[in-house]
Design a protein around this ligand. Structure first.
Ligand code: HEM
Length: 447
């Protein structure tokens, strides 16, 4: 007889009755059951296996960090997403992941990112020039283009043509949409497979791969050094002195497109809407940024590192609207935590959104208050703040994303005032947490 603590269970019948509704928007299901049962509850998913839903920050830290070796990613990333992208960092496991992470990590160190910042800033400024003033604007498409171009330019400098970039972005976004359909309508899987829907998307992925191969080959034959991510990936060496093969390199680039584009675009869209409602923070961020850039001599990296208030606004936005609003894992061996027993093969779904709004962890969790991220408070939240995950599989692009967003938000505020159009900020929980109708107005900011 086991002495482990019982975890409250949501009946399968209750779940099935609302399954379609939950697949379309799982957030009310999560919230209602956390409020009713506490920070963990389970659901029988058949054959004696359970899915555990949790908003327990300590359990999350245990699973992602302390005992991470016992937890693998679920099939959503390692199979469903991998069929379009291949086995890059985000979608691989075990030895392959370990070897790749070690090889790629240095390219994302702050000192390497410094080389990219001028290109990133130029790309942002060019994209912001497309913003129309004094009219309602949905910012999500603007930031999707911006974030995609930033990744492409950071990888390839100017080596990709506009036509190539267009196809790469289209295929990335189409495949993401297809994956959403597959996950939301699992009962149509047979149709997607039998009627060539998935094959059509796989053919488009091949098109992307061919473009990337051509770009890489052009670079391999070039004598110029660009100091961009592609140069770093081509120069990186495994422990045995060998370099990454073409197919693996393409897998990694496709992963960077997906991981680095939608998440950043969503977060910028939420941040701009939050700022529209909090004009005092527009003023604070703008004043600080203006004072840093006013001498015209400060380099881009120093400017970013000094833009503390922009960073706090972005951190608060990532707390309230974490693009990776849930993270999942499966345990390899049986495990125990806080008196709970978890049979091997159990699925875990952590609601990062619920952890970030937990009443016992945050003061007035629903309020927008970037002051909670002031430098002296860093220790008070690090154990329950996971916008970029935690542990060895934490986002490799976290600094990249924060730096990019600091530049984008600061440059927007230098040019514009942001005005609200809607009273609410609406969300669309897909694979990532997306904004719905992210409409604001921009007007010229006169100094
Ligand atoms: C606001 C923007 C971003 C957010 C919220 C975000 C969030 C995350 C999270 C939560 C994970 C961990 C997933 C898990 O453990 O299951 C992750 C992984 C990853 N992210 Fe990001 N990310 C962002 C931007 C970026 C950017 C800009 C890049 C690259 C240019 C990037 C590349 C990656 C990669 C390659 C991984 C897989 C790392 C590994 O498994 O070793 N991300 N990201």
């Amino acid at each position: 007889m086991s002495s482990s603590k019982q975890i409250p269970e949501v009946s399968t019948f209750t779940f099935l009755r609302q399954a379609i509704k939950i697949l379309n928007n799982p957030l009310p299901f999560h919230h209602k059951n956390f409020e009713r049962y506490g920070d963990i509850f389970k659901l029988n998913i058949g054959f004696g296996n359970y899915a555990f839903f949790s908003r327990d920050a300590e359990l999350a830290e245990y699973v992602f960090q302390k005992n991470w070796k016992n937890y693998t990613k679920s099939a959503i990333q390692t199979e469903d997403l991998a069929k379009y992208l291949g086995k890059g960092l985000l979608t691989s496991e075990g030895e392959l992941w370990k070897k790749q992470r070690k090889l790629i990590q240095p390219a994302f160190h702050k000192k390497h990112l410094e080389h990219l910042m001028t290109t990133i800033k130029e790309t942002i400024v060019a994209e912001l020039s497309t913003i129309k003033i004094n009219t309602d604007v949905d910012v999500l498409p603007i930031f999707s283009n911006l974030a995609f171009k930033v990744v492409v330019k950071s990888l390839f400098s100017n080596a990709a043509t506009n036509a190539e970039i267009k196809i790469l972005q289209e295929v990335t976004e189409e495949n993401q949409l297809m994956l959403v359909k597959e996950l939301r309508q699992p009962y149509l899987k047979w149709y997607f497979q039998s009627f060539g829907v998935i094959d059509k998307h796989l053919a488009r992925s091949k098109e992307s791969r061919a473009i990337l191969q051509a770009i890489i080959e052009r670079r391999q034959h070039s004598a110029t050094k660009y100091y961009d991510l592609l140069d770093m990936l081509l120069e990186a060496r495994y422990d045995d002195g060998s370099s990454m093969g073409m197919e693996q390199l393409i897998d990694e680039i496709l992963v960077l497109f997906v991981a680095g584009h939608e998440t950043t675009a969503n977060s910028l869209s939420f941040t701009v809407q939050l700022l529209a409602h909090h004009t005092e923070w527009q003023e604070k961020v703008r004043t600080q940024y203006q004072s840093i850039v006013s001498d015209g001599k400060t380099d881009t990296m120093t400017t970013i590192l000094q833009s503390q208030l922009a960073k706090q606004v972005i951190e608060e936005s990532l707390r309230l609207y974490p693009p990776a609003y849930f993270m999942d894992r499966v345990n390899i061996e049986d495990d125990e935590f806080k008196g709970y027993h978890f049979k091997k093969g159990s699925s875990f779904l952590f609601s990062i959104l619920e952890i970030h709004k937990h009443k016992e962890l945050w003061e007035q969790p629903d309020d927008f208050n970037p002051d909670r991220f002031s430098p002296e408070k860093a220790k008070t939240y690090s154990s329950h703040y996971f916008p970029f995950g935690a542990g060895p599989r934490k986002c490799i692009g976290n600094n990249f994303a924060i730096f990019e967003m600091i530049l984008a938000i600061s440059e927007i505020l230098l040019k514009f005032n942001i005005l609200p159009v809607k009273e609410t900020i609406d969300i669309n929980p897909l694979i990532t947490l997306k904004p719905k109708n992210a409409i604001v107005r921009f007007e010229n900011h006169s100094l």
